[in-house]
Design a protein around this ligand. Sequence first.
Ligand code: S3P
Length: 437
Amino acid sequence: MANQLTIHSGQPLIGQCRVPGDKSISHRAVIFGSIAEGRTRIRNFLNGHDCFATVAVMRALGVRIDERSATELVVNGVGLNGLQEPEDVLDCANSGTTIRLMTGLLAGQPFASVLTGSEQIRRRPMGRIATPLRQMGARIVGRQDGKLAPLSIAPADLQAIDYAMPVASAQVKSCVLLAGLYAHGLTIVREPGPARDHTERMLMAMGAPIEVMGSTVHGERPQRPLRPLDITVPGDISSAAFLLAAGALTPGSNLTITDVGINPTRIGIVDALAEMGAAIQYKSRTEQGGEPTANLVITTSELRGTTFGGEQIVTMIDELPTLAVVATQAAGRTIIRDAGELRVKEVDRIEATVTELKKLGARIVGTEDGFVIDGPTPLYGAVVDSHGDHRLAMALTVAALIAKGSTTIYNAHVTADSFPGFEATLRALGAVIQEIG
Ligand code: S3P
């Protein structure tokens, strides 16, 4: 894995490619498969650092997980009540999904556990999960009154709650629903916006008593064991987004990305690019593991500035740094608002995106909850930094592909957190990228 990338612009991106399996679905397949009864087989598993943090945590809880190949796992589920007390602190590395979902799963177990992670993880807000879990009776202690990891969880008998989430977050929703599997009574989660629904889809497919009514989800303790799954994880639309953006921006491009998940709670970026004028098409729609998929085709397009906000934001929250890059090439002003959540991602993605894109010459201003970007603005190669954030590293690579001359990105190894093979995929499509270190 390269610690430093140098990208030379000027080549069109042409051809067909795949992206690795969806990160959110890969985490869930391992966690839910662990508490099913029997063997769950996961193909096209995302073999990135974040998902392997989940694998390591489940192994530490006594679950045998066999690696059949780099992207195929067999999880030997131990049943709802079969997890074992871990011998040591559970390390969630850099993965927010791991720590937030696992806290929900562990809150109702009859043993103690401690969850921690990287320096980045230990800075990210955990009060959003500790608060509803404590309302359920969970005994969670963390730094700053449970707002920061490490989180220490003592055995507890949980009661269901009716919880209206203050922010639209799939991690919070999933955390509460997982705790609800071990609680007495009916757990109700009310969402302020359409956060990704992979948890609901997968748990329902496994036979869990989960019911979705518009923006309200009900869940309760299963009366029967969860059924193991045989699932092929769809390609991650959040990874495809970098290629879509690069395809729209790089002159002369024509790209097809095959087998991408197009769950309606995830396609905000496709809609946004189309609203800006991108020539983007869905082809060969089908379904994989209870999730809709399609091939996505994009060609270079003339783009116009557009305003984005409201409910669309949660459906493309991870893609907003990339959308900001796209907006630098759109005619007129693009405004992205209602995206304050970006400030509590791996890094403050508003500040980091603005800082780095300005080095390339972008006209971008950060606001409390988003960006204002004026375009089209020529970008010029420069030296930039990922701030240790995988999505920023890849968004900057997209910017570098259209910046005149060459651009060097420091701390680029983090691309493998969610998109192992990112550089090789771009190279196969025609990009000129050198990796160092
Ligand atoms: C995720 C939910 C989102 C997203 C993250 C993955 C998930 O976070 O940003 O990359 O798998 O549930 P929030 O739930 O904090 O919005």
